[in-house]
Design a protein around this ligand. Structure first.
Ligand SMILES: [Zn+2]
Length: 491
């Protein structure tokens, strides 16, 4: 799997580092005025706020396969043209189609009461009459396995797992059904993946294993999950009736939307900025990820309207189908493989509208000539060192730009976690950047009916637009690329 990487990187690292060290003053001098103009214009503008409000109110949620998603993509294309972007086009993507149907969950013993629930995306449904069975509440996969098949078989498992971090807790949503089915469970319920609740169940994608029986899976609220745990601890036997009309239909045609601010000197070189235009089928997808789309759109609008002509092209990409399959991100890579080496960087905003404090940087093993599927954990010590050196160069370069973001409090540079839509590009060696938003309130409403426009704070939005615009503009305009490396050839 791991081809030996070439020796070119050593010389390159030294050269790039020397260049990076000479850069801070140049960057500050060259771009301080432009950055101040961008920030001033962003704070004075109502356009981003009004665009996002209209997007949410007119189209509502935008699940893959729905007409409102496609209508929203067409409307966004018109906004791109209105904003002065060029080469505006839709690129075809086939997307999976999952429909929720009618659904409900009811506690039938020890007392009768309805439960607030949302089926998990991609789940199978139940038979029309539903499933009624005893519920076993567990706090972890480990606890469930220790109970063994005799306690789980023929029952409904409820994972009552408190939220620690999204990455940690979301495992129960992702593979909870698989692990419960391995022990013969009839259905899986999860405590919603979020830190607090106002009776808000959270949906989100789950998955199946072709080797394991596919059982229905749904999320209940924190209120209901903790109540059921208390009942079990009191020695009560719990029963739930779960009815879900969920179905997966044939794939449907959707689109990535692309528009550009054309580069003045090297138009073939590209900085991608974007978010995903699809959402789950509850709420309005305001924070996830209408806001990422609007931040990108408005950043491009500002750069264009201020008459800034970056040397390279800034390409806005509104990806489709992030939530239920990542088909948009994969399709963008395939459609643009021929110009992969011209992608200077890809920047994504997909963690809501909390005030950005900086950027997350990804440089993957492909960048040192290794197979795209290589993970950090697979690296031998010399390769690890080599990759760290390249990451160090990119980080240093980024830190020469980030002082421009200090007035916004957005000058932090962190490693890893740039974004899902750009991850296929990043795997192939493109430098990935993710806007690092404050997520302290984001997970509360993520994938819920409460993800609506009223929670968008205008000043935060305007500042986030400025952060994206300044970073995109400088990366597109600065004399050298963030990594001046020969792009890795296809292995
Ligand atoms: Zn998202």
């Amino acid at each position: 799997l791991l081809a030996a990487s070439s020796g070119w990187i050593t010389g390159l690292t030294a050269a790039s580092l020397a260049f990076a060290e000479s850069l801070p003053d140049e960057i500050r001098e060259a771009y301080a005025d432009d950055a101040a103009r961008i920030l001033g214009a962003a704070l004075l503008s109502d356009t981003a706020y009004e665009t996002l409000g209209e997007l949410c109110d007119r189209f509502g949620h935008r699940l893959s396969g729905t007409p409102q998603l496609e209508a929203c993509i067409d409307w966004s294309a018109q906004r791109m043209r209105d904003f002065g972007l060029v080469n505006v086009r839709k690129e075809e993507v086939m997307v999976p189609v999952w429909v929720r149907g009618e659904e409900s969950a009811t506690l039938t013993a020890p007392v009768h009461r309805p439960l607030s629930m949302l089926g998990l995306g991609r789940s199978v449904g139940t038979p029309p009459e539903g499933i009624e069975a005893e519920v076993v509440v567990v706090g972890s996969f480990h606890e469930m396995r220790s109970l063994g098949r005799e306690r789980i078989e023929g029952r409904i498992v409820l994972y009552d797992v408190p939220f620690t971090s999204y990455g940690e807790t979301v495992r129960y949503r992702g593979k909870g059904a698989i692990e419960a089915a391995k022990l013969g469970a009839l259905a899986a319920l999860i405590r919603s993946v979020g830190p607090v609740s106002l009776d808000t169940p959270h949906t989100g994608a789950m998955r199946y294993d072709d080797e394991v029986e596919k059982i229905p899976a749904a999320a209940v609220t924190i209120e209901n999950a903790t109540m059921m745990r208390r009942m079990q601890e009191r020695g009560d036997t719990l029963r739930v009736r779960l009815t879900m009309g969920a179905q997966t239909l044939d794939d449907a045609l959707s689109h990535n939307l692309v528009g550009e601010v054309l580069g003045s000197e090297r138009p073939e070189e590209i900085v991608v900025i974007g978010g995903h235009i699809d959402s789950w089928d509850v709420g309005d997808g305001a924070q996830d990820d209408g806001v990422g789309c609007v931040i990108s759109l408005d950043a491009a609008r500002l750069i264009h309207e201020l008459g800034l002509r970056p040397r390279r092209t800034i390409r806005v990409v509104l990806f489709t189908n992030e939530e239920s399959g990542m088909a948009g991100g994969k399709a963008y890579l395939e459609a643009h493989r021929h110009e992969l080496a011209h992608h200077v960087a890809a920047i994504e905003s997909d963690t809501g509208n909390g005030l950005a404090s900086g950027f997350r940087l990804d440089v993957r093993p492909r960048m040192i000539g290794l197979d795209p599927e290589t993970r950090d954990a697979d690296l031998a010590p010399p390769q690890k060192e080599e990759l760290e050196a390249v990451r160090g160069v990119a980080k240093t370069r980024l830190e020469t730009i980030s002082p421009l973001l200090r007035p916004l409090g957005a000058d932090m540079v962190l490693l890893a976690g740039s974004g899902v839509d750009i991850s296929p590009l990043v795997k192939e060696g493109v430098v990935g950047l993710g806007v690092h938003h404050d997520t302290s309130r984001y997970w509360d409403i993520h994938h819920t009916a409460a993800d609506t426009f009223d929670k968008i704070v205008k000043e935060d939005l305007d500042r986030n637009v400025a952060t994206m615009a300044i970073m995109a503009y400088v990366l597109a305009d600065m004399p050298g690329r963030i990594l001046d490396v020969e792009f890795p050839a296809t292995p």
